[in-house]
Design a protein around this ligand. Structure first.
Ligand code: GDD
Ligand code: MG
Length: 344
């Protein structure tokens, strides 16, 4: 069976100002389900691992209280709190070592981001079960590939190689090449070639397999952790698992993931999420006249946003902050956060 580890240490800065330091994106209810992204992720994974005893969360110390509050059933020993965020490679390495201590080298671990939207949950489970079978069958780091529909520079790209098997009625392919966050021209050339998918950010593997791969490709992360445990954290490089391991390993496999997926990366994802239902995001108290392609989000019930004749704009009102940004500049929110003193 599967030991899922939820990676929940991100800051979610591109969802500011609703996402703040102690209440980042993964703690928010963004999809109208009444549950936070983290709670939805945990509930989805519980169906794959049977019990809270087998579910783990890796986050930062700063967010650990928030995780406990949101997931009261999570056993304390399954909450890994990093003293500081070092990006996903140290998080994955540390969590893999801890899981290995409890369940042994043959345990199949799955890493799952805390902030994704999944459309078709039965198809999601079928795909992950297939990935688990692949991870058992061979030394493998299994990725799930999403069909790309534009040359995004915010994702990893996976080049699909030969087919190596079928599990749970789904084909599995070898990965020829993994390339994290290419520039737009490179991303476009990948899409034109037709055999590339986006990396979903989920990874499934046997603990022992990844520890061996880290030893080969990222000993500067693994060895200090083995020697000193969490005390090594401050000396670890800040790097994501995509650069540290996935671009280098020869053991990557990919399963086409056809279950409806969005990584809810920024405010534009809100309109994708609610497309079909309504042209604008209307989770707000607002009046909107002749405003097309606008995302309006207001957490203050007793205050009103009024827009007239606006196009392609995002307006977010939350407590002491109002954000007004053109839709194609939402990636730049990160850049101004350093200049804002009061960002509790
Ligand atoms: N514990 C911990 N510590 N978790 C972290 C840390 C950290 O220092 N940094 C990020 N995370 C968590 C985030 O909360 C998120 O759930 C997940 O790890 C992925 O981190 P992101 O920062 O969101 O990565 P990304 O979106 O830029 O890129 C990754 O995901 C894409 C798909 O959404 C990569 O794997 C890409 O290749 C992939 O396409
Ligand atoms: Mg992300």
């Amino acid at each position: 069976s599967l030991i899922p580890v939820i990676l929940a240490g991100g800051k979610g800065e591109r969802f500011w100002p609703v996402s703040r330091k102690h209440r980042p994106k993964q703690f928010l209810c963004l999809d109208g389900s009444g549950q936070s992204l983290l709670q939805n992720t945990a509930n989805r994974l519980l169906q794959l691992c049977d019990s809270w005893e087998n579910l783990w969360v890796c986050t930062s110390l700063q967010l650990a209280d928030g995780v406990e509050e949101q997931l009261p059933q999570l056993p304390e020993a399954n909450l890994l709190a990093e003293p500081e965020g070092r990006d996903t490679a140290p998080a994955l390495a540390w969590a893999t070592l801890e899981v290995c201590k409890r369940y042994g080298e043959d345990a199949v671990i799955g890493f799952f981001p805390a902030d994704h939207w999944i459309g078709n949950e039965p198809a999601y489970r079928q795909t992950i079960e297939a990935a688990v079978q692949q991870a058992i069958a061979q030394p493998a780091i299994v990725t799930l590939g999403i069909k790309p529909n534009y040359p995004s520079t915010g994702y990893g790209y996976i080049e699909q190689g030969e087919k190596t098997g079928t599990f749970n009625d789904l084909p599995v392919y070898r990965v020829n090449c993994f390339r994290e966050k290419p520039d737009t021209a490179t991303a476009q050339s990948f899409i034109d070639q037709g055999n590339f998918s986006w990396n979903s950010g989920m990874f499934i593997f046997r603990a022992g397999v990844v520890l061996k791969e880290l030893q080969t490709h990222a000993p500067e992360i693994l060895e200090p952790l083995q020697a000193k445990g969490i005390a090594a954290y401050s000396e670890l490089p800040k790097i994501s698992i995509d650069y540290a391991l996935m671009e280098k390993t020869q053991l990557a496999y990919v399963l086409p993931a056809d279950f409806g997926w969005d990584d809810l990366g920024d405010w534009n994802a809100m309109s994708r999420l609610l497309q079909g239902d309504q042209p604008n995001v209307e989770l707000a108290n607002h009046v909107c006249l002749d405003s097309t392609n606008a995302i309006l989000y207001n957490t203050a019930e007793d205050e009103v946003i009024v827009t007239i004749g606006l196009e392609d704009i995002v307006v977010v009102r939350d407590r002491n902050v109002t954000l007004i940004v053109k839709k194609d500049r939402t990636q730049d929110i990160k850049k101004v956060l350093g200049q804002i003193k009061d960002n509790p």
